[in-house]
Design a protein around this ligand. Structure first.
Ligand code: HEM
Length: 161
């Protein structure tokens, strides 16, 4: 790379800033998912419904931001859109991201319903079978999370070329 070429320096700066933001978003999402898992532990005496709702809102908000930043990386990243759009691994990553997003709807709907019920009935706590269902949804998302960085690393290195 010609270090005096301002265009390539700019591209690399944008690429680095977007990569930094991308990492911050998914690290934050992983933290929010882990926090939900801890808050839903069967050993807890009562579920902190408001905190679960806030944690889930962070998870969803960061997922939206991650999507926007991911798209920005595709469009303005150093490799250019053609690299990604022609990559099966990129599309596999997008498919898995969408699948994890679809699974995350189940906990969100439960948290919303629980909070509504808690507003009507003082001291309301959800039943154990429902909590167990939400914990399974979180485990499924965690499985997706195991594969997402692997797909990302393989995609970045053009393993499908
Ligand atoms: C939870 C979801 C996601 C995770 C865990 C994730 C993870 C990663 C990781 C670890 C990298 C760095 C790969 C490396 O350089 O070794 C990366 C790069 C990248 N990701 Fe994601 N990502 C996620 C979602 C997305 C989404 C939704 C998009 C696009 C809409 C996206 C687009 C990209 C792009 C364009 C790169 C650059 C790859 C390169 O350097 O060529 N990612 N991702």
């Amino acid at each position: 790379m010609d270090l005096l070429n301002l265009d390539s320096v700019n591209t690399m700066t944008i690429d680095s800033v977007l990569a930094w933001l991308h990492h911050l978003c998914f690290l934050g999402m992983a933290a929010a998912l882990a926090m939900q898992w801890a808050l839903l532990a069967p050993s807890r005496p009562g579920l902190p419904l408001a905190m679960l709702g806030r944690t889930d809102a962070w998870y969803g908000g960061l997922a939206g931001l991650l999507l926007v930043i991911g798209i920005a990386r595709v469009v303005w990243g150093a490799k250019g859109p053609d690299f990604y759009l022609a990559s099966p691994l990129f599309w596999a990553k997008m498919g898995l991201f969408a699948a994890v997003g679809a699974v995350s709807v189940l906990p969100t709907l439960h948290y919303l319903r629980w909070r509504k019920q808690a507003g009507r009935t003082e001291g309301f706590q959800p039943g154990e079978p429902e909590v167990a269902k939400v914990r399974i949804a979180i485990q499924l998302q965690a499985l997706g999370w195991l594969a997402l960085p692997l797909l990302a690393a393989a995609m970045a290195r053009g393993l499908d070329r």
